[in-house]
Design a protein around this ligand. Structure first.
Ligand code: NOJ
Length: 566
């Protein structure tokens, strides 16, 4: 168990076992530290818990682990409100634990990617605390967006922007003498004031933070709200009172401004000074895949999440369209496409696909669970057959559904409260994962669990599924192994579409040379296709029946075929 002291380790660099371009086809596993594994029985996952499970991740067959924030934080937004970017929150451990985690991961040939939150700090970050305490004349206020209010007494927010979590994007301050003062901008919760990236101290601070973690040996950074750092000059009104959605792709004066790219070019210069192939991945919501591609030009970031793919419904036409658009947009800039189906902000894909399409990415109903899991498994095999890098979210390898019936009193998503319970259902995908069939918190830790785990959670546990033919866990393991060894599925930048019935996606991969075809039947009836070769892997039992020179594909399944030649 960790001692949780605050000492900084003496060793500053680690020899990362990085091969060239490892990230281009990597499978990157997202750990949400609070919900992964709890080493000290306080009901909250921690870094030592993650470290203890690294052999599981190695055996699963992933290449890298992305850790959501574990920094010192009041946890107003699950750690995406950072009070000290160079410290580990005591609830997660300390810097020695982070060092041990990075070292152990490298010894297992796993890379570690950490989260960087540069759009906003916590309201407990020293600059912001002092900016408030020192009053309106504090020069530290220039590092955030402080503005006088509108209206006769400044009682109205400076502009009409709304917080992505609901309510105004501005909160009024109280001056040290007790009178109402200026307002400050927060695109997310009031506890997350936005930095002013026009102020040079902000850039200096983040370049220093980058070096701090690079010196610790991390292999990369996931950049939170990478599209939000620069705001349009003058902070102009939106002119519309439509609520901005967290996962929206609209053009906004606070998102996807061209000025962000200079920041990333400077960061890339720093990263490239370090040994090994280290990477940046952008969380960048932009209006189009073409705008996303700008973030991954050769002198900027390495990858960007593909939220268009995540948002696509389970259906051949829509999926083919988004696959083509994704590959086409990345090819000119030479960046790999990325693929993702679940993360800590959206309803798990087993539950999204259990519900009718069109409900968005935060869903409150369980839907048809068997159908959802069947489609989720098929969608995962489809994703893993595509060229580029794939992101998987902890627990999806167990086929976990979202927990849709969490009582309101246990919820912690700040958006749930700011949107008066109409939004903010992200806790459902953050319930601690089950490791064992029974026992306290199903092996998550020796104590409780910060969000209640549902009845029957143990049946989905790692223990229950390990070695069980046909389990979702064994399907993921097999898929990762095939992807790595059989046909270099992650390599290249294109697929060759084959003629197929309307509901079927069929494509050939030529990059590996070994000859490989992927077929997905997204419809609800059996369809006939040619026998492409030998079946390598199928997402469900009975997914394919061979008869008379034809193959019959069952509904909602994906089949991987090994063909004689490319
Ligand atoms: C995106 C993160 O993924 C999400 O969890 C967080 O609430 C917002 N950024 C704000 O940091």
């Amino acid at each position: 168990m960790s001692q949780h002291t605050a000492d900084q380790p003496q060793t500053s660099t680690l020899a990362a076992a990085t091969g060239p371009d490892w990230w281009r086809d990597a499978v990157i596993y997202q750990v949400y530290p609070r919900s992964f594994a709890d080493s000290n029985a306080d009901g909250m996952g921690d870094l030592e818990g993650v470290r203890s499970r690294l052999p599981y991740l190695r055996d699963l067959g992933v290449d890298a682990v992305w850790l959501s924030p574990f920094y010192a934080s009041p946890q107003a937004d699950g750690g995406y409100d950072v009070a000290d970017y160079r410290a580990v929150d005591p609830m997660f451990g300390n810097l020695l634990d982070a060092d041990a985690l990075i070292r152990d991961a490298h010894a297992l040939d796993l890379r570690i990617i950490v989260d960087l939150v540069p759009n906003h700090s916590s309201d407990q970050y020293e600059w912001f605390r002092r900016a408030l305490a020192e009053g309106p004349a504090s020069p530290l206020r220039e590092r955030y967006h402080f503005r006088p209010g509108r209206g006769a007494d400044g009682e109205l927010p400076p502009n009409d922007w709304e917080s992505i979590f609901g309510g105004p994007a501005w909160t009024r301050t109280t001056d040290p003498d007790g009178t109402p003062g200026d307002w400050y901008l927060h695109l997310f919760a009031p506890e997350q004031p936005d930095f002013n990236w026009d102020h040079p101290a902000v850039g200096d601070e983040f370049r220093s933070i980058l070096r701090f973690w690079l010196d610790m040996g991390v292999d990369g950074f996931r950049i939170d709200v990478a599209h939000g750092l620069v705001k349009a000059p003058g902070l102009p009104d939106l002119g519309s009172h439509d609520q901005v959605r967290l996962l929206g792709n609209d053009v906004m004066p606070f998102f996807d401004q061209d000025g962000v790219h200079a920041i990333y070019r400077a960061w890339r210069g720093i990263l490239d000074e370090y040994a090994g192939e280290r990477i940046f991945v952008a969380e960048a919501w932009t209006p189009t895949v073409e705008r996303t591609a700008l973030y991954v030009r050769p002198d900027e970031l390495h990858q960007a999440f593909n939220f268009q793919y995540l948002s696509a419904a389970w259906g051949a036409a829509e999926l083919r369209d988004v696959i083509d658009r994704s590959l086409d947009s990345m090819r000119p800039v030479g960046a790999p496409a990325t693929w993702v189906l679940s993360n800590h902000d959206v309803t798990r894909h087993a539950t999204r696909f259990a519900n009718p399409p069109g409900l968005g990415t935060q869903i409150r109903t369980a839907g048809d669970r068997d159908l959802g899991l069947r489609r989720a498994r098929a969608a995962t095999l489809l994703m893993l057959a595509l060229p580029g890098s794939a992101y998987v979210y902890q627990g999806e390898e167990l086929g976990l559904p979202d927990v849709v019936d969490l009582p309101d009193e246990v919820r912690q998503d700040p958006s749930f409260f700011r949107a008066a319970g109409q939004d903010g259902f992200r806790d459902g995908c953050r319930v601690p994962i089950p490791w064992t069939v029974d026992g306290s918190s199903y092996g998550f830790g020796g104590g409780g669990s910060w969000l209640p785990q549902p009845e029957g959670w143990g049946e989905l546990s790692v223990q229950a599924q390990t070695g069980v033919e046909g389990s979702t866990l064994e399907l993921y393991r097999a898929a990762f192994a095939v992807r790595r060894s059989h046909a270099a599925l992650g390599a290249g930048d294109s697929v060759v579409w084959l003629d197929a019935p309307a509901d079927v996606l069929a494509f050939r991969r030529e990059s590996g040379g070994a000859g490989f075809v992927c077929t997905s039947n997204t419809g609800d009836s059996v369809v006939r296709v040619p026998v492409y070769g030998d079946v390598v892997l199928a997402s469900a039992e009975g997914a394919v029946v061979l008869a008379d020179g034809f193959a019959e594909l069952a509904p909602d399944t994906t089949v991987w075929w090994s063909t004689a030649s490319a």
